[in-house]
Design a protein around this ligand. Structure first.
Ligand code: SAM
Length: 273
């Protein structure tokens, strides 16, 4: 089974290998067969289609396995981008591999990597989160859990939630750099970097800035964010013989620094011993 990324918007982004595979396989398992029909027609692909979406992944996996076991080839595609990246596909892939059949991934379009390549954020690492919870309380909680991460954070967001999400980000993360990557590879593509504190006003200044598909990238927690009190107290507690977890918890409670970040730091300090 081939896992085949399809364009995010610009048809020319389909790789030659993807085109070849889609034109040669006997079956194409698609997230939405109606959505993918125009692309496949454009390619002249004559494979038969079968649906593989989030509500039928187990059943789709069984159908796909049956085709593979009968010696037929299958390509798995989603509506746009790479299957399995904030898209269905993982369960089908797991079932196919568990049955001993080969899964062949093709590299190709993905909104997260496309946005990262043009974001210009200097962190050496990134954390791909995808979609945040849609309810504000849960969203803030998720953001708080990420706030000590020293790497670029990559989120997907829908246009009707972009204002509330950016507002929550500004509140939870404080003033870091936000890169708003919108409508990548499409006519109205725009990539704009600005301080999180200015982002809400910038988005509201023009309704067009809130339209389309979004990748939101936030720069990582500054390395020296917990340089002072948190680490000083943490070291005292560790020197006094407290276990890592307890020392991090207490240091966080005493200084208000992020517990997760202190825990990671405590582990690193222990490893240096
Ligand atoms: N599997 C896809 C991938 O590889 O990127 C992602 C699918 S997910 C259901 C759709 C989300 O990806 C959108 O809500 C948006 O956040 C992001 N996205 C997809 N196409 C995009 C584009 N052209 N520009 C910016 N973001 C995009």
């Amino acid at each position: 089974m081939y896992v085949v990324p399809t364009p995010l918007g610009n048809l020319a982004d389909l790789t030659r290998r993807a085109e070849q595979v889609l034109c040669e396989v006997s079956w194409i398992a698609a997230e939405d067969t109606r959505h993918s029909a125009p692309l496949l027609k454009h390619l002249g692909a004559s494979a038969r289609l079968l649906p593989a979406h989030q509500h039928n992944e187990n059943e789709a996996a069984e159908r796909i396995l049956a085709k593979l076991q009968a010696g037929e080839s299958v390509a798995l595609i989603s509506d746009a981008g790479t299957p399995g990246i904030s898209d269905p596909g993982a369960r089908v892939v797991a079932a196919v591999r568990a049955a001993g059949a080969r899964v062949v991934p093709l590299p190709g379009p993905c909104a997260a990597t496309t946005a990262l390549s043009a974001a210009g954020l200097p962190d050496a690492h990134f954390l791909f989160y995808g979609f945040l919870p849609s309810k504000s309380g849960q969203r803030r909680q998720a953001l708080a859990e990420l706030s000590a991460q020293p790497c670029t954070l990559v989120f997907y967001e829908a246009p009707h939630r972009v204002l509330e999400t950016v507002s929550d980000m500004a509140e939870v993360f404080g003033d870091r750099t936000l890169v708003i990557a919108r409508e990548l590879t499409k006519l109205f593509e725009s990539i704009h970097a600005l301080p999180l504190s200015e982002a809400l006003a910038w988005l509201k200044a023009d309704a067009n800035r809130q339209r389309g598909e979004f990748v939101l990238l936030v720069s990582g927690a500054p390395a020296d964010a917990d340089d002072g009190e948190g680490e000083r107290v943490l070291k005292l507690l560790l020197d006094d013989g407290l276990p890592v977890k307890q020392a991090a918890k207490l240091a966080a409670a005493i200084t208000g620094a992020a517990k997760n970040a202190l825990y990671e730091r405590a582990l690193a300090l222990k490893n240096q011993d």
